[in-house]
Design a binder for this molecule. Structure first.
Ligand code: GTR
Length: 337
């Protein structure tokens, strides 16, 4: 749903959201734990239980539960049980689901500014990305989610996305030409793949395995934990570590549900979300190491890229194309180096 459609519908949507978000939860004062009503919120997650983002969600839920003395329960639903990301985001926007952890790429269809993260090679390293996200400009982007009906709670580490292919080995940027790649559902992801002369197919994460298996697509791109945990390496054996994007994960909540909480509860939830991020980042780093090892022992053909310069040059047209949309944020990212 676009922002315009959302605003048009919000009269109805928000009333519905209020009922759904807070229904069946009872209310009343609890002792300690900040005081306030009792709530149960659902949090949708794409990944399996042992994946670092899910572990971050779980830590967030535990902290909220502890600090509210059991008044506020967050139920984490892993494995896309509540739907694929694009549909879940829409449901969080209307309030049918209260919370989710998703990638900024599909979020950019709802909050366009987040599309900047789909642009290739804008961060030099994880450190550069975190310096930006933890600074005022990164926080402002998260706060900007409010304009499309979301409360942005915190960022999680997304690692770096790289290409993987079935068949063709990609050693140079020219090797991408003519290949069909699955992309996340966002305009910027589509434009990026077009700019390198390949052909983009936006599709849900849950369909990538069968897309690779059937030959509908030649490849996809993701970080090592996703490539490994979703078993995509079984049907796409070449992994080209070009690390083209770092697309932050975001933990978000329905804005209307958020605005009905007391100030104390808001602070409690906000703080718990922020406090879950260092834990998620630690798990992330461990998991990337483990999964690179797992991929090696599965016999995946891992292709290191020694000189990334030709890749950077090849994607310049897409950076220029989005200059008018993201120029200011790109400058902020540049100055966070
Ligand atoms: C993963 C991300 C997921 C999902 C997936 C995808 O890296 O954690 O939330 O967006 O990529 O490519 O769809």
């Amino acid at each position: 749903m676009s922002r315009e459609e959302f605003l048009k519908l919000s009269g109805v949507g928000l009333a519905g959201a209020a009922m759904l978000g807070l229904s069946g939860c009872g209310s009343g004062q609890a002792e300690g734990g900040g005081g306030g009503g009792e709530y149960t919120f659902r949090l949708a997650e794409t990944h399996p239980e042992d994946y670092p983002t899910t572990q971050g969600d779980q830590r967030f839920a535990e902290l909220v539960n502890e600090r509210s003395d059991g008044r506020i329960t967050i139920e984490v639903f892993p494995n896309s049980q509540l739907g694929e990301e694009a549909s879940v985001i829409e449901q969080v926007q209307t309030g049918a689901i209260e919370m989710t952890r998703v990638s900024s790429s599909p979020m950019s269809e709802f909050t366009p500014n987040l599309g900047v993260f789909g642009l290739p090679f804008i961060f030099d390293s994880a450190e550069h990305m975190w310096d930006f996200l933890n600074g005022d400009d990164g926080q402002a982007l998260l706060d900007g989610l409010e304009s499309s009906g979301f409360k942005g709670l915190t960022y999680y580490d997304p690692g770096a996305r790289s290409f993987y292919t079935a068949g063709t080995e990609v050693r140079n940027v020219e090797d991408l030409e003519g290949l069909k790649f699955r992309v996340q559902q966002s305009d910027v992801s589509v434009a990026f793949i077009e700019a390198i002369g390949a052909s983009p197919t936006p599709m849900d994460y849950g369909e990538v395995y069968s897309g690779l298996q059937s030959g509908l697509i030649d490849g996809a791109e993701n970080n090592p934990p996703s490539y490994y945990s979703a078993s995509h390496y079984e049907v796409a054996q070449n992994y080209t570590l070009d690390e083209h994007t770092r697309v932050p994960e975001v933990l978000i909540m329905n804005q209307n549900t958020w605005s009905q909480l007391s100030g104390e509860d808001q602070e409690l939830i906000q703080q718990a979300a922020q406090d879950s991020t260092p834990f998620q980042r630690e798990r992330w780093d461990q998991r990337v190491e483990e999964d690179m090892e797992n991929l090696r022992s599965e016999g995946v053909n891992i292709i290191q890229i020694d000189d990334i310069e030709p890749w950077r040059e090849a994607v310049q047209p897409v950076i220029e194309r989005f200059q008018s949309d993201y120029g200011e944020i790109l400058d902020q990212i540049e100055s966070a180096k």
